[in-house]
Design a protein around this ligand. Structure first.
Ligand code: ZN
Ligand code: ZN
Length: 343
C-alpha cells in the first residue's frame, strides 16, 4: 500500500482530486493566519505585557484563531450532500426494510422517516414508462407536479445508468457541479476557497466558518489599531508593515461581513445562492413573484431546519403546490403580523 493510499484512508476527502488540488490554497490560508497573528505578537510588545496581566484575553483570542482554522478544515472535508449518496442511502434502507419485511412477512411498502420506501416493481412504478425505473426515480418524480418527464430530470453529466440500474434523477433544488462532477442536494455554490461544494450537508458549517472568520478578522483589526495608536514613535518600517496588513485585513473584513449578511438572509428565507442568482433560469422558479420564497416555512422553522438538517441529510423537499404558492404570495395584513405568519 502506497503512502498516498494510507493518507486517503486517514483523510478520505483527499481521495477526491478536486479537493486535493486546493491543498495549496489551504496551506496559503494557514500561512496567512499565522502571518497576521504572528506580526501582532512580534511587533506589539504591549500585547505580551497584557497577556501576562490578563492571560484569559489572549487565550480567548487564540481559541478563536484555532476554532476558525478547525472550522475551515472541517467544512472543507465535509460532504455537501451528493445525490449519489442519497440514492445509496435509499438503497440501503430499502434492502434493510426488505429483509425485515421478509422476516416478519409484512407488505413491502411503507413509510420510514422522511423517505417513502418503495420496493421495485410495485404498482406505482409500473405506471411510469421506462425499463430502469426504480425507487429513487419514483421518489424524485413524487417531488414534482404530475406529468413531469423523467428525461428532463435525469442529469446528463453524471453517469446516467448508475449502480443497480438507477437513474441519476435530480430532486428539486439539486444541481450538477462541474468542479466536483457530481449532483449536489440543495446546491448553493462551489466554494474555491474551501475546495468543495456548499449544499444541504454543509451549508450550516459554512455559515459558522464565515461567522468565526469574521469575528477573528474584527478582533485582529482592533488589536492592530490599538497597537498603532500605542506605538506611534516607533521604527517607520514596522508601522508601514502594520498599516499594510491592516488595510488588507479591512478589505477581507468588509467582504466577510457582506458574505455573512448575505448567507444569513438566504437562511432566513430558505433560498440558495444559485436560486437567487439564476432565479429566472430555473424551471421550477419561473413565474413565481420575486418577493415569494417558495421553500420558506417561516423564519423560525427555516432557522430550525437549517441548524438541525444533519439528522435528515438526505430527506428531499418537494415543490410547493399552486395552492401553497398562492397562499405564500398573499399580501400581508395587520392580522398576519399579529398571528406571526412570517415566523
Ligand atoms: Zn449530475
Ligand atoms: Zn462542487
Amino acid at each position: 500500500m502506497s503512502i498516498f493510499n494510507f493518507c486517503y484512508r486517514i483523510v478520505p476527502c483527499l481521495a477526491d482530486p478536486a479537493r486535493r488540488s486546493s491543498l495549496g490554497l489551504k496551506a496559503a490560508l494557514v500561512v496567512l493566519h499565522i502571518v497576521y497573528a504572528g506580526t501582532l505578537f512580534l511587533l506589539y510588545s504591549d500585547l505580551i505585557e497584557k497577556t501576562k496581566e490578563e492571560p484569559w484575553y489572549t487565550a480567548i483570542y487564540l481559541l478563536l484563531f484555532v476554532a476558525a482554522l478547525i472550522q475551515y478544515f472541517v467544512t472543507s472535508c465535509s460532504s455537501p450532500g451528493y445525490v449519489l449518496d442519497a440514492m445509496r442511502d435509499l438503497n440501503e434502507k430499502n434492502s434493510l426494510y426488505r429483509r425485515s419485511s421478509m422476516l416478519s412477512k409484512q407488505p413491502a411498502s411503507s413509510k420510514s422517516g422522511s423517505f417513502v420506501i418503495t420496493v421495485e416493481g410495485s404498482q406505482s412504478e409500473r405506471n411510469i414508462p421506462g425499463s430502469n425505473v426504480t425507487s429513487w426515480t419514483k421518489l424524485v418524480l413524487d417531488m414534482y407536479p404530475p406529468g413531469t418527464s423523467i428525461r428532463t430530470l435525469t442529469c446528463s453529466y453524471c453517469n446516467v445508468e448508475q449502480e443497480n440500474c438507477q437513474r441519476s434523477c435530480e430532486p428539486p433544488r439539486a444541481k450538477h457541479c462541474h468542479d466536483c462532477d457530481k449532483c449536489v442536494l440543495q446546491f448553493d455554490h462551489h466554494c474555491v476557497w474551501l475546495g468543495t461544494c456548499i449544499g444541504r450537508g454543509n451549508h450550516c458549517r459554512f455559515w459558522w466558518y464565515i461567522f468565526e472568520e469574521t469575528a477573528l478578522c474584527l478582533w485582529t483589526g482592533i488589536l492592530y489599531i490599538t497597537c498603532l495608536k500605542a506605538n506611534i514613535s516607533r521604527v517607520w518600517w514596522k508601522d508601514a508593515i502594520m498599516i499594510l496588513l491592516l488595510v488588507t485585513l479591512s478589505i477581507a473584513l468588509i467582504f466577510l461581513l457582506l458574505l455573512l449578511i448575505f448567507h444569513s438572509y438566504l437562511i432566513l428565507t430558505c433560498q440558495t445562492t444559485y436560486e437567487l442568482v439564476r432565479r429566472r433560469r430555473i424551471p421550477y422558479l419561473r413565474g413565481i413573484p420575486e418577493r415569494v420564497y417558495p421553500f420558506s416555512k417561516g423564519v423560525c422553522r427555516n432557522l430550525y431546519d437549517f441548524c438541525f438538517a444533519r439528522s435528515s441529510l438526505y430527506s428531499l423537499e418537494r415543490l410547493p403546490t399552486a395552492m401553497e404558492l398562492e397562499e405564500k404570495s398573499r399580501p400581508y395584513t395587520c392580522l398576519d403580523f399579529l398571528t406571526g405568519r412570517c415566523c
